[in-house]
Design a protein around this ligand. Structure first.
Ligand code: UDP
Ligand code: MG
Length: 315
């Protein structure tokens, strides 16, 4: 009999949380050979998620909750959940039932019987999603894989089961700006990918918007790769060489044909072009500098407001 902790980050999930627990419980009831426990993490919800959580914890003894002092983001919520796990295996999943709990038996089989360290889910189709967002995420995955050493398959979602050993390794990466998809693959270990179809969010609504996704993509690229910095070095070298060639041509022109070069348009173009390149490069450097700045403060990743964890709580 193994113990399994289910980590669930929750942000404004008052509408669906009780239903999530009911549905998941009905799946767990079919797997009596393992001992399940929930770790619900309330990520500073603005609605009554905390109260729903507390009531659920009173109703079911295998529900533990952690409630943050404010919204720290899903990454922080997952990290807090992982830090509180003590089980042999840890599942992480969303609270909105877009990650179907009925996959549990298949996932558990891969790690318990087939010797994998992790079994993660990969989305095959995302119905009800806007074309634009679909395109954007495809583009993001391509960029990410091309630029960084950390490879992840297209459609990878944060729904997975991992061994204690892998969770402990993940916890050793204690950076403040966490990008879990990259971290999961950075730590290595054998991962089995299972395809699944996401379903529409039943209750509540997604908190992601385009700007958040863009930031997320940028985080993903800058946390695991310095390729953009290399790119601007390369660009610098190319522009430098082009400049030398242009200088030589202009010098020869001036020497042979005199100073009769009406260079207004070229000068303007070069100044504007260079201005653009310099701004762009500064932006990239600033992106990395900002990350160094935040990381150097080593602030806590989250702050707990309320919890029903005791010091001796062990699964
Ligand atoms: N979530 C969170 N903190 C946040 C945003 C989201 O803990 O700041 C949780 C949310 O409650 C859900 C999961 O992360 O359990 C995924 O969020 P959502 O369903 O909004 O994202 P999507 O399914 O669109 O990727
Ligand atoms: Mg969702």
């Amino acid at each position: 009999m193994s113990s399994i902790d289910i980590v669930v980050p929750c942000y404004n999930e008052e509408a669906g949380l009780a239903n999530f627990v009911e549905v998941t419980n009905s799946v767990i009831a079919e797997i009596p050979q393992h001992n399940f426990r929930y770790i619900l993490v309330n990520d500073g919800s603005r609605d009554r998620t905390y109260l729903v959580m507390k009531q659920l914890a009173e109703k079911y003894s295998n529900i533990k909750y952690i409630s943050f002092s404010r919204n720290f983001g899903k990454e922080a919520a997952m990290y807090a959940g992982f830090q509180h796990t003590t089980a042999d295996y840890v599942i992480v999943m969303d609270a909105d039932l877009q990650h179907p709990p009925k996959m549990f038996p298949d996932m558990i089989r891969e790690v318990v019987e087939n010797g994998y360290d992790c079994c993660a889910l990969q989305r095959t189709a995302r119905e009800g999603e806007s074309k634009f967002r679909g395109l954007f995420s495809k583009w993001f995955f391509r960029m990410q894989n091309a630029l960084s050493d950390v490879k992840m398959p297209y459609g990878a979602v944060d729904y997975r089961i991992m061994t204690r050993q892998m969770v402990d390794s993940i916890l050793e990466l204690c950076e403040a700006q966490r990008f879990s998809k990259g971290i999961f693959s950075w730590v290595g270990f054998n991962t089995k990918w299972l395809p699944f179809q996401t379903v529409d969010r039943e209750l509540g609504k997604t908190t992601w918007n385009f700007w958040k996704l863009f930031k997320y993509a940028l985080d993903g690229i800058t946390s695991f790769s310095v390729a953009p910095l290399r790119f601007i070095s390369g660009l610098g070298i190319i522009i430098f060489l082009a400049a030398i060639i242009y200088i030589i041509i202009t010098l020869i022109q001036t020497a042979i044909f005199g100073i009769d070069v009406p260079g207004y348009a070229t000068t303007l173009m070069i100044v504007l072009f260079m201005g653009g390149i310099v701004e762009f490069s500064l932006g990239i450097i600033g992106e990395y500098l900002g990350r160094v700045f935040i990381e150097s403060k080593s602030r806590p990743i989250y702050i707990i407001h309320r919890t029903n964890f005791d010091k001796e709580d062990k699964h």
